[in-house]
Write a protein that binds this ligand. Structure first.
Ligand code: ZN
Length: 190
């Protein structure tokens, strides 16, 4: 099975499953307001930024994700971690700008680490050009298509405070919101 949006479809062994749960606790979940905020351009490429990028890449791996945006760890910097392919190491992308290449769109199911259990159809550009900076401030340009292109568009949305609900069909949105409605937990006090 292919990856969906932000979530990897792989079987985890017991140890990684435990790490995944620990990672998910550290990730902000809907309806945390930080997920609805626009992250700000990064201007300072310092040691703190590099450390933050490393932490996000590690958390993304532990959470079995293919991408993780700064908003999702409570930081409003325009930066995300992403795994563009199995062959190359995950990397951090800073100040991304995305331009569609051509006007072909494709609808596919997407999940999100901040919306556990939600899988909804989202229409995205098939091919894009990504212009950004690395954590060292160096400019980079990548042309992507298929899953990596979809993943980048998903992460860029996070930096703009956009969530899957805003991109899906009205029916899927209703179902997803019903699924995420805060559940009342009854606890016995003694
Ligand atoms: Zn997401």
């Amino acid at each position: 099975m292919a990856d969906s949006g932000q979530i990897k479809n792989i079987e985890l062994d017991a140890e990684h499953e435990a790490r995944r749960r620990t990672a998910l606790v550290q990730i902000r979940h809907y309806p945390d307001p930080v997920l609805r905020m626009r992250a700000r351009e990064v201007e300072l490429f310092d040691e703190a930024l590099a450390r933050q990028a490393e932490r996000m890449i590690e958390l993304m791996h532990d959470a079995a994700g293919v991408g993780l945006a700064a908003n999702q760890v409570g930081s409003l910097q325009r930066m995300f971690a992403i795994e563009l392919s199995e062959e190359e190491p995950a990397r951090a992308i800073v100040n991304p700008r995305v331009t569609p290449l051509g006007d072909e769109l494709e609808t596919d199911e997407e999940g999100c680490l901040s919306l556990q259990g939600v899988l909804v159809p989202v229409e995205r550009s098939i091919a894009i050009r990504l212009e950004a900076q690395g954590v060292d401030g160096k400019e980079l340009v990548l042309e992507l298509d298929g899953l990596p292109a979809r993943a980048v568009q998903h992460e860029l949305d996070h930096l703009d405070g956009v969530l899957l609900f805003d991109r899906t069909t009205p029916e899927a949105r209703r179902e997803a919101l019903a699924l995420l409605r805060p559940r009342v937990v009854l606890t016995s006090s003694r």
